[in-house]
Design a protein around this ligand. Structure first.
Ligand code: PLP
Length: 530
């Protein structure tokens, strides 16, 4: 492809993307394909010669799109939003065009400097204390972009681990690092994201997962008690991951605050109270690629002391050094990969193009719509809301057992009309409804609620029918011992009466139905009509 063709194809691609976004609502929200579907329709080997652009694009529509889950679809309410906006897409496109790998200041100075500036902008917008910003007076802190929240948590944990081992080595110089490592213990709440468990697993440190209170918050007293117990056992507490700043930190441990989704809302003054306690934190992360209209990947992280972070990461071969190493930031020391894309561009584009006010409006609109959804759930006595709705997420369920809720979600998702995912709160199966689409509207919320209630009504009616058949089964339980004596015609009558072939048998009648089944099989096999 030469530059003239790139111009043409680039314009066509923008048209394709706009068309895709504008007609997204007409597609199924999730695909109805089976694993391996693509292998069947794509050649087994790469083409020897280059192919025509038209042919490639035609395969996008016919082969790729049928297997795409449309995260930007107005009916997508699963997980959290996947940030997306035109300025962000254009920022990423420019970054791809520049194609720089900004691992150090010298490797691409603008890449590093814009990242530092934009991280300070965003840090100020969400109200982080000055110590976390690069350009505040006497600051030792600063911000960096990582690929994901999981990476932010891992990097923080690795930094905390390195600090603690260093501290212990000065106290016990002759004790092996491996022995010291075996004593370290980290903490998080049972409600924390699984990435904390993964980080501890990778770092080879123990993790104690603590029970939250009835509001799902990890309390300081719970943590303090766990730390005291572990110290008494000779363990060394070194890291705490809190989901928001609700946990005060024990001396000597590194508190990381993971606010992957919610942290974006702190750009609105009314949510800043949730940052209370941030003064105890050593590091903090939030994902603009979730809820700040910025495309993946863009996970922002700040540390109070950048030297403590980089000490865990510095490896400095000669070929990566440069003459400004002493006075410039080299982000390769702030994380795991060496190579880094120019990610700051897209966030810079987004913040400048929307402005703080535009981004606040976007967050507030999602929160308002979540409240509308909550009101609809609360107004229907068959349902209950299971979380305190503060932001864009509503957790709800049908009043009934887990199986019923599981079935409801399965039916809705299988229809392709809406997509939501489950979670478990205190052992109860709940359905998560998140406002995700960039320009979600009241009509989308109403549509979603209509789909949910239609499926729920159908399912609850089925349940009523099932309990009717269970009632007739109840009367027949006493037949247990007689089943073996029944004639085929009597068996047929019996099966018709209980309507059991239509419904999943009730657990209670499992053994009775088994007897019936055995008898039928025997008749079929032996032609036995007794
Ligand atoms: N932490 C929290 C609180 C999250 O909500 C999530 C994802 O939703 C993650 C971590 C993982 O994020 P990532 O996919 O960026 O690793």
């Amino acid at each position: 492809m030469d530059s003239a063709e790139f111009r043409q194809r680039g314009r066509e691609m923008v048209d394709y993307i706009v068309e895709y976004m504008e007609t997204l609502g007409e597609r199924r929200v999730t695909p109805s394909v089976e694993p391996g579907y693509l292998r069947e329709i794509i050649p087994k080997n790469a083409p020897e010669e280059g192919e025509k652009w038209e042919e490639i694009m035609s395969d996008v529509e016919s082969k790729i799109m049928p297997g795409v889950a449309h995260w930007q679809h107005p009916r997508f309410h699963a997980y959290f939003p996947s940030g997306n906006s035109f300025p962000s897409i254009l920022g990423d496109m420019l970054s791809d065009g520049i194609g720089a790998i900004g691992f150090s200041w010298a490797a691409s100075p603008a890449c590093t400097e814009l990242e530092t500036i934009v991280l300070d902008w965003l840090g100020q917008m969400i109200g982080l204390p000055d110590e976390f910003l690069s350009f505040s007076d006497n600051s030792k802190g600063g911000g960096v972009m990582q690929s994901s929240a999981s990476e932010c948590v891992l990097v923080s944990l690795l930094a905390a681990r390195a600090q603690k081992i260093k501290e212990l080595k000065t106290l016990h110089p002759f004790v092996e690092e491996g022995v010291l490592l075996s004593k370290l213990v980290a903490y998080c709440s049972k409600e924390a994201h699984s990435c904390v468990e993964k980080a501890a697993m990778i770092a080879f440190t123990k993790l104690r997962i603590l029970d939250p209170d009835e509001n799902l918050s990890l309390r300081g007293t719970t943590l303090a008690q766990a730390i005291e117990e572990d110290r008494a056992l000779g363990l060394i507490p070194f890291f705490v991951s809190a989901t928001l700043g609700t946990t005060s930190c024990e001396a000597g441990t590194w508190l990381h605050v993971d606010a992957a989704y919610a942290g974006n809302a702190f750009i609105c003054p009314e949510f800043k109270y949730l940052m209370d306690g941030i003064e105890f934190a050593m590091s903090f992360n939030t994902n603009p690629n979730k809820w700040l209209l910025t495309n993946f990947d863009c996970s922002t992280m700040w540390v109070r002391d950048r030297f403590k972070l980089t000490q865990a990461m510095v490896v400095d071969p000669l070929y990566l050094q440069h003459s400004h190493s002493g006075k410039a930031i080299d982000y390769r020391h702030w994380g795991i990969p060496l190579s880094r894309r120019f990610r700051a561009l897209k966030l810079w584009f987004v913040i400048r193009n929307y402005g703080v006010a535009g981004l606040q409006n976007y967050i507030r609109e999602h929160c308002r719509l979540a409240k509308c959804f909550e009101s609809l759930v609360k107004a229907d006595e068959r349902f209950e809301v299971c979380n305190t709705v503060k932001m864009g997420l509503v957790c709800f369920r049908v009043k009934g057992d887990n199986e019923l809720n599981q079935k409801l979600l399965l039916n809705i998702n299988a229809s392709g009309k809406l997509h939501m995912v489950p979670a478990s709160i205190h052992g109860r199966f709940i359905i998560r409804f998140c406002v995700c689409a960039q320009d979600a509207k009241d009509s989308d919320i109403e549509y979603a609620w209509n789909v949910i209630t239609d499926f729920a009504t159908e399912l609850l009616n089925e349940e009523v029918n099932l309990s009717k058949s269970v009632l007739s089964l109840d009367g027949l339980e006493s037949c247990d011992e007689h089943i073996d004596q029944l004639e085929i015609s009597e068996l047929m009558d019996l099966m018709e009466t209980v309507q059991f072939p239509i419904q999943k048998p009730h657990r209670k009648h499992g053994s009775w139905l088994k007897l019936l089944g055995t008898r039928v099989r025997k008749i079929v096999k032996n032609g036995d009509s007794h």
